[in-house]
Design a protein around this ligand. Structure first.
Ligand code: AMP
Ligand code: ZN
Length: 112
C-alpha cells in the first residue's frame, strides 16, 4: 500500500470504484472514463509502479492479471469476438497512474 497511490486506495476499498472482480492478488474495476463500451482496469493488489520497474518476483501476479483478462472476456461474451489488453509504460507510453494496470477494452472494432 502506497498512501499517495489512487489505485492502492481503490485496492484497499478506501476510494470508490465499480469493482468487477477481486481475489487475493488482483482487482479489476471499471475505468471511470471508458474509451470503449467495456473498459475495465486489471491491477495487481501489490503496488508495482510501472512495467518499467517490474522485477522477476512480479511475474506471477502479472500472469494472474492476464488470466483475469481472459475470464472477463469469457464472462462478458467476447471470447470469440476478441478484445484488447494493453499497458501504458512511462511518460512517452502515456502512463498517467503509476500503479501497473492492464486496460481491458471490448465492444468496438480495433482502435488505436
Ligand atoms: P493510464 O494512462 O494507462 O495510466 O490510464 C489511467 C486510467 O485510469 C485512465 O483510463 C483513467 O480514465 C483511469 N482512472 C483514473 N482515475 C480513476 C478512478 N478513480 N477510477 C477508475 N479509473 C480511473
Ligand atoms: Zn499503488
Amino acid at each position: 500500500m502506497t498512501d499517495d497511490c489512487l489505485f492502492c486506495r481503490i485496492v484497499a476499498h478506501e476510494s470508490p470504484a465499480d469493482i468487477e472482480y477481486e481475489d487475493d492478488q488482483v482487482v479489476a474495476f471499471k475505468d471511470i472514463y471508458p474509451k470503449a463500451p467495456v473498459h475495465v482496469l486489471i491491477v495487481p493488489k501489490r503496488h508495482i509502479a510501472s512495467i518499467m520497474e517490474v522485477e522477476p518476483g512480479d511475474a506471477g501476479v502479472l500472469g494472474r492479471c492476464l488470466l483475469v483478462a481472459r475470464a472477463l472476456g469469457e464472462a462478458k461474451g467476447f471470447a470469440k469476438r476478441g478484445y484488447r489488453v494493453d499497458v501504458r509504460c512511462g511518460p512517452e507510453g502515456g502512463q498517467v497512474v503509476y500503479h501497473v494496470h492492464f486496460h481491458f477494452t471490448a465492444g468496438r472494432p480495433a482502435h488505436t
